[in-house]
Design a protein around this ligand. Structure first.
Ligand code: MG
Length: 173
């Protein structure tokens, strides 16, 4: 049995992942409105990934016979100062998510719940990638700042990002 404490924390994480999905969908829409189709695509892929993260946690709770309770999703902002600002806020947001994931690991560790630790480890690695990719995007936009052609080419490059089903879902479903 999964502890009530961990059950509640993972259930809250499902909500946090769905909120992240909602945040990135809002960024995608705002990027589109600003004329950055590539950035809009990048955030749309991010939106799909966050839904997958929620799904992985939901599948895990189901597999441990722990009921998923869907909680209300808080509103997200609808506009940002610039696309650069979106990536800076993405990094800040992902740092917060990392601390939430670390907290899940701490609870599972305290419970000596090795199956849960195993599941959470995938997310620990994922958060390293999430922070790294946000940092790379900030650097890329800093590199072309004030250069319209550079911005155009960077936006074109981001249009090529495609969604890949995360490993835990690719094998489970
Ligand atoms: Mg996530």
């Amino acid at each position: 049995m999964i502890s009530q404490n961990l059950h509640n924390a993972i259930n809250a994480q499902v909500n946090a992942e769905l909120w992240s999905a909602y945040l990135y969908l809002a960024m995608s829409l705002d990027a589109e409105a600003k004329g950055y189709k590539g950035v809009a695509n990048w955030f749309y892929v991010q939106f799909q990934e966050e839904q997958a993260h929620a799904r992985i946690f939901m599948n895990y709770l189901n597999s441990r016979d722990a009921k998923v309770e869907l909680l209300p999703i808080e509103a997200v902002p609808s506009a940002w100062d610039s696309v650069q600002d979106m990536f800076r806020q993405t990094l800040e947001h992902e740092k917060k998510v990392t601390s939430l994931i670390n907290n899940l690991a701490a609870i599972a560790n305290e419970d000596r719940d090795y199956a849960s630790i195993n599941r959470i480890v995938w997310f620990i690695d994922e958060q390293v990638e999430e922070e790294e990719s946000a940092r790379e995007m900030i650097d890329a936009f800093d590199a072309v700042e004030g250069n319209k052609y550079g911005m155009y080419m960077l936006d074109k490059e981001l249009a090529t990002r495609v969604y890949n089903v995360p490993a835990p879902l690719a094998t489970a479903e």
